[in-house]
Write a protein that binds this ligand. Structure first.
Ligand code: ATP
Length: 133
């Protein structure tokens, strides 16, 4: 069964959106198999966002993701990676379809509430990095 890594980012935790986000995944039919509240240190942030290392917004991205607690989760089910990305919506909330989490709860691309793995390979790496599984 396919698994994916999903994380409520510091803005989502600060705005008390953990519950509504989890509800959307549960209603979709995905199953929660692990979850924890944690703080991302700069080393894990660099690892998680390694593909953005050369981007102009990298520093801002690391500052943001380490700015407060995040809620890390593992969800499993049919096409878990693709289904989680559909629920989350496009990276930029202005372009996200109505009904997606980012469209409904976020305004700005740099504080877009939630992360979901973009491929099965990324999911495996992220689950290992965050949960050691
Ligand atoms: P995530 O990895 O957080 O799920 P994503 O896969 O939809 O997001 P990526 O292209 O991997 O999008 O970008 C990672 C994160 O970097 C985005 O979620 C966003 O917070 C931030 N980001 C992307 N583009 C910009 C930008 N132009 N300015 C500021 N932050 C950005």
């Amino acid at each position: 069964v396919e698994r994916t890594f999903v994380m409520v980012k510091p803005d989502g935790v600060a705005r008390n959106l953990i519950g509504v986000i989890m509800t959307r995944f549960e209603r979709k039919g995905l199953k929660l198999t692990n979850a924890k509240m944690m703080h991302i240190d700069r080393e894990l942030a660099g690892l998680h966002y390694v593909e953005h290392k050369e981007k102009a917004f990298f520093g801002e991205l690391v500052d943001f993701i380490t700015s407060g607690p995040v809620f890390a989760m593992i969800w499993e089910g049919q096409d878990a990676v693709k289904n989680a990305r559909s629920l989350i919506g496009r990276t930029n909330p202005s372009e996200a379809a109505p009904g997606t989490i980012r469209a409904d709860y976020a305004l700005d691309v740099s504080s877009n509430i939630v992360h979901g793995s973009d491929s099965i390979e990324s999911a495996q790496i992220e689950i290992r990095n965050f949960f050691g599984e």
